[in-house]
Design a protein. Structure first.
Length: 316
């Protein structure tokens, strides 16, 4: 029996499961930082989100779509981990489960499953929770002070929240080393810049992502901050900028295919993020910026197409 298919015929050892596994490995430093700084609260949120995402995908595949469950490719595990790392460490389990159901059920499976979704599922779940439960989603436990507590954690403002209310006070209290080491409040996975950069280096080394999206986002925010007189270091190291640029905006399904398209995509994410931070109602705009540009990805792919496989440039 012969299998006939259209060209190109490319053989590679990179499977969906292996790709997801590499991203999970790249997230391990951020997970380690979160467990060290937030302790049991981070563990509960991470485990709850992963279980919620895996269970939701299995149930939808099994009983609604009537097909073999696809949880073996680790995409649901990765979605759960990414969702958890975008949440506060004191978020109640029931809220985490709701976010997981929305992330998988609406953000992924409603579009047909992996490879068909328009928007990043983890961010769909996070933004849904942010809009539905704003108080719970903006209550930030202080690192190192709540490792043995969960729901009754001691909380405090983030640097971006302080910047929104009192610019001079935020700038005066900002410490670049604290942000690099994770000694300031925020979502579980965004507090340690060093951990995120280690993950970035790993993903670049194993060629799971390219530099175009992370660098264009970070460079755009830096340029906008410098042009507007904002503290560049604070803008780059605070909030979800680094985590979003490395792990959320680079999602294969929801980001452009060509390098030129990736650069445009990254520049616009950086610009929208900075605009929301400076003049929007929310102190952080990374999640909204990525979801907005997810919606423009098909348009970018249509007009900025990758080079055809086997194409050779011919000079006149």
């Amino acid at each position: 029996m012969l299998t006939l298919s259209l060209s190109p015929h490319i053989h590679t050892s990179l499977t969906v499961r292996r790709c997801m596994g590499h991203v999970i490995i790249a997230l391990l430093p951020a997970v380690a930082f979160s467990l060290f700084y937030f302790g049991i609260g981070a563990l509960i949120v991470i485990v709850s989100a992963i279980i919620g995402c895996v269970a939701t995908e299995w149930l939808i595949d099994k009983y609604m779509l009537g097909r073999k469950p696809s949880i073996g490719n680790l995409s649901a595990v990765l979605t759960g981990l990414l969702l958890a790392l975008n949440l506060p460490s004191n978020l109640p389990v029931w809220t985490v489960i709701i976010g997981s159901i929305v992330a998988i059920g609406i953000g992924k499976m409603a579009f047909g499953g992996l490879g068909c979704n328009t928007f990043n599922p983890a961010l769909v779940g996070r933004v849904f929770l942010l809009l539905s439960f704003p108080v719970l989603m903006t209550t930030w436990p202080l690192p190192l002070e709540n490792r043995l507590t969960y729901l009754d954690a001691t909380t405090g403002p983030t640097i971006l929240g302080t910047l929104k209310l009192d610019h001079d006070s935020a700038v005066a209290s900002f410490d670049m080393m604290d942000k690099a080491l994770g000694l300031s409040g925020g979502s579980i996975g965004e507090i340690g810049a060093i951990a995120i950069l280690i993950g970035l280096v790993y993903l670049l080394c194993v060629r799971i992502i390219s530099w175009h999206i992370p660098v264009s986002i970070i460079a755009t925010v830096a340029v906008f901050a410098w042009a507007c007189g904002a503290p560049v270091g604070l803008e780059l190291l605070s909030g979800g900028l680094l985590f979003g640029a490395v792990f959320m905006a680079t999602d294969y399904v929801t980001s452009p295919m060509s390098h030129r398209g990736m650069l445009l995509y990254g520049v616009l994410i950086g610009a929208i993020t900075f605009i929301i931070r400076q003049w929007g109602a929310y102190p952080e705009g990374m999640s909204f910026a990525i979801l907005i540009m997810n919606g423009f990805t098909p348009l970018i792919n249509r007009y900025i197409k990758p080079r055809k496989f086997g194409e050779r440039s011919v000079k006149a």
